[in-house]
Design a protein around this ligand. Structure first.
Ligand SMILES: *Cc1c(COP(=O)(O)O)cnc(C)c1O
Length: 462
């Protein structure tokens, strides 16, 4: 079996991409990137369809196995994106009341939605069970709540999340199967396995086991080992109760994404091959499968464009001050080694810049010194009015804004085309996915409606 690097940590992350050149050109020509709108997100709708097809094909290559592929909503929590995915035949994995609402608005049928949040309130559980959404309990206390709240004849599939404790990958925050991870029932803790078997034996309506071993930074073999462990537990439970009580396995998501160049690796086929090696019985048709992929479906299908407002030199370092920083690339700014992004340089007309490379820092607009999305990157010299492109940002970046400095959420556009013609993007069509946030909205979200609340409180007389 091929072994893949667990992550792109330490890689230069500088391999150029030309895939979106025509789109960048067109976005500037149409004013979607401009002095007035200096940052925006872009998502390739055909690319998304292609990635979904690759996922479906990889599993369809194994005859006889039925799979519900869900999209992890947190990776791109935008209703039009979720609706596109529903249209492509995906279900949806949600982990909060907000995400559940978005999934319903996007048009996913309840039986194609899976609720996984780690801290579900009673109200959240009531809503999910009334809708008939599948629910994966995180722990035994939550299972008892579900038992209390579950209406007779509930259509909800109920599962239990386990932590196979197979270990972590290269990014601690993305590793959900360490011995002390907060997710699921820690399977290797003393007595835990027996308690899980008993929980199923006492509740014949529980029919699913769930595990999500980790995300970016977790090697395929580790993910496969965690899923194999989940499969073996299902076999043990069904053996113990003497029936095929567990009928489906939710095997999570977390296929790592290559941020170093344009190649998709590992692929969904690599993932299926690793699972078949680790747990051949998983694919023999006795269990329905559920997957929950996020980043691997969207990351490479999106990019961020941002205007260079100024350039300067400081202590011998060239710095480009752009409008893409921690508000839109939060993880990259705070953990640059774990989340390096490739950066492209474009001129004021949106044409790829060429010319001799010089070492530059690409900084963002936030008021803290660490707000740098790329350190010491070799790029053609950037000038005021140019644009930078942050590649592979279709998941967890422009959709996951951070409201630091009251910076508004940037606009997001979907597009199609851009692969033919003479490269100026005449064939690219854009549609709005999310409008840029207005300053009125920023003020409103910042308590404008309660402007006098504090001065009116307590002893105001001097
Ligand atoms: C985040 C998450 C996923 C998706 O992870 P990706 O790395 O984006 O594929 C799937 N399942 C659960 C439970 C998650 O928390």
């Amino acid at each position: 079996m091929t072994t893949f690097p667990s992550n792109t940590i330490g890689s230069p992350s500088s391999a150029a991409s030309t895939r979106f050149d025509a789109t960048v050109r067109r976005a500037v020509a149409e004013g979607l990137l401009s002095e007035e709108q200096p940052v925006a997100g872009f998502l390739d709708a055909d690319g998304v369809r292609g990635s979904v097809t690759a996922l479906h094909d990889a599993f369809a290559a194994v005859p006889g196995v039925r799979v519900l592929h869900t999209f992890a909503a947190k990776a791109a929590s935008l209703v039009p994106v979720l609706r596109l995915l529903a249209d492509c035949g995906m279900g949806c994995e949600v982990a909060s009341p907000g995400e559940l609402r978005l999934a319903v608005e996007a048009g996913f049928a309840p039986e194609r939605i899976v609720l996984d949040s780690p801290a579900k309130t009673r109200e959240e559980l009531r809503t999910a069970l009334a809708l008939g959404v599948a629910v994966n309990a995180d722990n035994f206390d939550e299972l008892r709540r579900i038992e209390e709240l579950r209406p007779a004849g509930s259509g909800s599939v109920v599962g239990l999340r386990i932590n196979p404790q197979v270990g972590g990958g290269s990014i601690g925050a993305m590793s959900t199967a360490t011995p002390t991870s907060k997710f699921g029932v820690a399977l290797r803790d003393p007595g835990a396995r027996e308690q899980v078997v008993r929980a199923f034996a006492e509740r014949p309506w529980m029919t699913r086991l769930h595990a999500h071993v980790g995300s970016q930074g977790c090697p395929l073999e580790l993910i496969a080992e965690g899923i194999a462990e989940t499969y073996r537990l299902a076999e043990e439970i069904n053996g113990a109760v003497g029936a095929r009580q567990i009928t489906s396995l939710d095997i999570g998501g977390g296929l790592p994404v290559n941020f170093a160049d344009d190649e998709v690796r590992p692929s969904f086929s690599d993932y299926v091959a690793a699972l078949r090696t680790a747990a051949p019985g998983l694919f023999d048709g006795r269990y329905d499968l559920v997957t929950e992929f996020g980043r691997s479906l969207l990351a490479k299908n999106g990019f961020i464009g941002a205007r260079v407002e100024y350039t300067k030199d400081a202590g011998g370092t060239r710095i480009a001050l752009t409008h893409a920083g921690a508000q839109i690339a939060t993880r990259t700014v705070f953990m640059p080694e774990a989340w390096p992004l490739r950066v492209g340089a474009f001129d004021a007309e949106g044409r790829p810049r060429s010319g001799p490379a010089m070492v530059q820092d690409i900084a963002g607009p936030c008021c803290f010194a660490g707000d740098v999305v790329a350190h010491g990157r070799e790029l053609p010299e950037l000038r005021e009015g140019d644009y930078v492109v942050l590649y592979d940002t279709g998941a967890y970046y422009f959709s996951t804004h951070w409201a630091y400095n009251s910076l508004p959420r940037p606009a997001v556009y979907g597009f199609a085309g851009g692969h033919g013609g003479d490269g100026d993007g005449d064939d690219v069509r854009f549609v709005p996915v999310r409008d840029a946030q207005s300053l009125d909205s920023v003020a409103e979200e910042s308590g404008l409606g309660h402007a006098g609340a504090l001065t009116g409180l307590g002893s105001a007389t001097v």
